[in-house]
Design a protein around this ligand. Structure first.
Ligand SMILES: Cc1cc2nc3c(=O)[nH]c(=O)nc-3n(C[C@H](O)[C@H](O)[C@H](O)COP(=O)(O)O)c2cc1C
Length: 161
């Protein structure tokens, strides 16, 4: 990686995010890919997006397929690593309405495919949310290339909006 590309990644990393895993059934196997590019897009219709690198195995398989975005809790770092190229544990799957999901996650959004847009060396996959839920608990977060925790006391401010 060039010095400029390294600096660019470091600059992007200053934007703290949550951590999610996109899960879906491909043509021949079940996939999961750890992402921090999850973004809410629209309330009506309910749309979310994830940005998937073209050089991942998930990239081509995800096109036109329903998927679930699983938002991870603070204690699920091993799950994040498992689906980021460091397999180490057997995930517990739940059969969702339109796509498989992971058990005991902090929140989930089951999606039907809505659109896919060119994003350079990534593709922006938008999904229409057809089922969702959340539980209480601390959130897993990612900032400056490291995992960290966002306490529940700093989440769940929906009632104030
Ligand atoms: C915290 C974290 C966030 C990540 N975010 C993304 C992302 O938003 N998009 C992406 O394509 N890859 C992302 N990755 C990298 C993928 O998880 C990784 O390349 C994965 O091994 C690809 O799996 P696959 O090739 O089996 O599909 C992230 C990895 C980590 C650890």
């Amino acid at each position: 990686m060039s010095a400029r590309a390294h600096h660019f990644r470091g600059s992007l990393g200053r934007f703290a995010t949550g951590v999610a895993i996109v899960t879906f059934d491909g043509a021949t196997k079940r996939h999961g890919i750890t992402v921090n590019s999850f973004t809410s897009v629209s309330l009506d219709p309910p749309l979310v997006l994830v940005s998937i690198a073209r050089n991942t195995r998930a990239h081509d398989e995800l096109a036109g397929r329903p998927f679930t975005v699983n938002i991870l809790g603070a204690e699920q770092k091993a799950l994040a690593m498992h689906f980021a190229g460091s397999p180490g544990l057997e995930p517990h799957w739940v059969e969702g309405t339109v796509a498989p999901r992971l058990s005991r996650v902090l929140a989930y959004f089951e999606c039907k495919p809505w659109a896919a847009y060119d994003g350079g060396d990534h593709t922006l996959y938008l999904g229409e949310v057809v089922d969702f839920n959340y539980r209480s608990g601390d959130a897993l977060a990612f900032a400056s290339g490291r995992f960290t925790t966002i306490p529940e006391s700093q989440l769940g401010v929906e009632d104030l909006l």
